[in-house]
Design a protein around this ligand. Structure first.
Ligand SMILES: [Zn+2]
Ligand SMILES: [Zn+2]
Length: 143
């Protein structure tokens, strides 16, 4: 989605469009590493020093409501945000919190088959796989 489409989408829902909000949206929608709200805040702050963490949370909430971003909640760390809404596997390192997407075509096929068979209309889905990342397993291989 380009910037104009995004602005149109936000406006159509009656949301106010500010440069800060656009910056937050652009950052999360182009992101591959599932940032937390705090990480987004630190990044956008470089361009907009007056921005508040509350603005980041409000904007992420809008994107969630529009179905553009999924919130991944964890019991042992803060929520992370994922702009990839198609079925995929989140590969998560439990030690450092690194998350990347694994696009598994077989999983996707199976997923759509299950949806077709059951007739369910999923609102969202989430598949997590926990494994130590390369860096963490080199530093200390015992889980
Ligand atoms: Zn993901
Ligand atoms: Zn790690």
């Amino acid at each position: 989605m380009n910037e104009q489409q995004l602005i149109t989408r936000l406006r159509s829902k009656g949301y106010k469009v500010t440069p800060q909000r656009i910056a937050i949206c652009q950052l999360i929608l182009s992101s591959k590493d599932h940032p937390s709200a705090e990480q987004i805040y630190q990044e956008v702050k470089k361009t907009y020093p007056a921005i508040s963490l509350a603005t980041v949370y409000i904007t992420l909430d809008l994107l969630k409501k529009l179905g553009l971003v999924q919130e991944l909640g964890f019991s042992d760390q803060s929520s992370r945000y994922d702009p990839n809404n198609s079925p995929h596997i989140n590969v998560i390192c439990p030690r450092c919190g690194k998350i990347y997407d694994y696009e598994a075509p077989n999983v996707k096929k199976l997923w759509y088959r299950i949806i077709a068979e059951t007739g369910l209309k999923p609102l969202r889905q989430r598949l997590d796989l926990y494994t130590l990342c390369n860096k963490c397993s080199q530093e200390n291989p015992t889980p």
